[in-house]
Design a binder for this molecule. Structure first.
Ligand code: DLL
Length: 425
């Protein structure tokens, strides 16, 4: 679609969704009223700035279904991702939302070169995580044969890939690299597989790491981006030229702002991505702060697509970490630590990459040194903290107990509790 038409479509959809939110979501109704904003005040795309941003905290405050714009009977799917506290961030879909989702996914899948002759193995975990089902329905829409392998059981993954002649791998880049390593260990080379395309996403990946994965597995990989709150994967994805991720602008309206002042950034400048869902029915969001840092260009792409392109995510404006594809907030860890009387509120997090596997170590400090004398008591406490972390984070962490007053206090400064030792290359 020529950009001029696209801009007109975006405005029409924006005006519709603003009114829809105002009329159907009490949260937005109250928010607008509180500042005297009326849906009809949004006359141009720029007027979007009059609307206060929506944040993860707003989702948390309205947990679980408070932001739904439709009656419960219209919701046909519910997903969730980790929130900053123990409670997940919830998202609902109507039938139309699922149609739209598989549509935007199908675009990314086609843009990567996948078609109905492909056999696609989905090695994202099936479950509340949006990655697996998002890709699943998109691939079926395109006509590829889906192998819903889910994550884990890596030797079997390789066996399926080899025996079924899988041509397309869907995974996080880290897991794809892990599979490549394991294949080499088991004596397989790229020639043992029929892989040709990889669709990777859900976490960042440097060009260097991607090149390594491509070589090991013998495929061509594209990056795709999304987040549960907005829909899941499907928000943007690379075409065969891999010069930015085409944004599904007819469904998701992007803005780039300064994360501190929220002032708009010019095209091409780096800042935080804010997204308004233009067509979602069950849980539309106005100006959602993604916390992802990137920049956007509307320059034409060699592929002919007119949708704007965003650069690979360059970082976050908050402290969220992706560990083995799972979103982890230090505040979640803190909430667990605070509940345990035998340990102090001081902690350190060490994230390492062992081979191609991310590990999280939580170092906590004992309040009472006498506990150090009892191995059994230490073991029990460690196991207890690990179990609690597992419930809240959804992944296993290593827990290391250290003596009282041994963890740095960061007096006067901003605490630097996270040590990310991963070499992303
Ligand atoms: O990760 C959705 C998804 C699944 C996207 C599968 C692509 C493929 P969440 O679990 O809610 O959703 O995590 C969203 O992950 O705000 C980014 O920080 C990060 N992220 C997602 N895709 C990419 C990417 C899914 N391609 C958060 N590159 C987002 C870098 C990414 N970071």
């Amino acid at each position: 679609m020529p950009r001029r038409e696209l801009e007109a479509l975006k405005l029409e959809r924006l005006r519709h969704i603003v009114r829809y939110c105002y009329e159907n979501v009490p949260f937005y109704h109250d928010r607008f009223n509180a500042i005297g904003l009326r849906p009809e005040d949004i006359r141009t795309l720029k007027d979007i700035r009059l609307i206060p941003p929506t944040t993860k905290a707003d989702l948390r405050d309205n947990y679980p279904f408070g932001l739904f714009a439709v009656p419960r009977e219209k919701v046909v799917r519910i997903h969730a991702s980790s929130g900053t506290t123990g409670k997940p961030t919830v998202v609902g879909y109507t039938k139309n939302d699922l149609e739209m989702w598989s549509g935007v996914m199908a675009r990314i899948i086609c843009a990567a070169g996948v078609n109905e002759s492909d056999i696609a193995q989905i090695s994202f975990g099936y479950g509340l995580f949006t990655g697996a089902l998002g890709l699943h329905y998109g691939l079926e829409r395109v006509g590829a044969a889906v192998v819903p392998a889910s994550s884990g059981n890596s030797e079997k993954q390789l066996m399926l890939m080899k025996d079924f002649g899988v041509t397309t791998l869907i995974a996080t880049p880290t897991y794809a690299m892990y599979l490549g390593e394991l294949a080499a260990e088991l004596g397989y080379g790229p020639e043992d597989f029929k892989l040709r395309i990889g669709l990777f996403g859900s976490e960042g990946c440097t060009t260097e790491l991607r090149a390594k994965i491509e070589k090991r597995l013998g495929l061509f990989a594209t990056d795709n981006y999304g987040m549960s709150e907005l829909i899941g994967p499907g928000v943007s994805g690379e075409c065969e030229y891999r010069c930015g991720l085409h944004f599904a602008e007819d469904h998701f309206l992007p803005e780039i702002v300064d994360p501190e002042t929220l002032e708009p950034k010019d095209e091409g400048e780096t800042g935080e991505l804010i997204v308004t869902t233009l067509t979602k029915e069950a849980m539309p969001l106005l100006r959602y702060r993604t916390r992802d840092l990137t920049r956007i260009t509307t320059e034409p792409c060699k592929c002919g697509r007119t949708h704007a392109r965003m650069e690979k995510v360059m970082g976050r404006s908050d402290d969220m970490l992706k560990i083995r594809g799972v979103n982890v907030f230090p505040s979640q860890i803190e909430s667990v630590i605070m509940q345990i009387p035998q340990i102090s509120p001081h902690y350190m997090l060490y994230i390492r990459r062992e081979g191609y596997h991310d590990t999280l170590e939580v170092q906590v400090e004992l309040v009472d040194a006498s506990l150090l004398d009892s191995f059994a008591a230490l073991e029990e406490l460690t196991a207890n903290i690990r179990a609690k972390l597992r419930v809240v984070l959804g992944i296993d962490a290593k827990v290391k107990l250290v003596g009282p007053k041994t963890i740095e206090r960061f007096a006067g400064g901003k605490a630097k509790r996270i040590v990310d030792l991963r070499d992303m290359r």
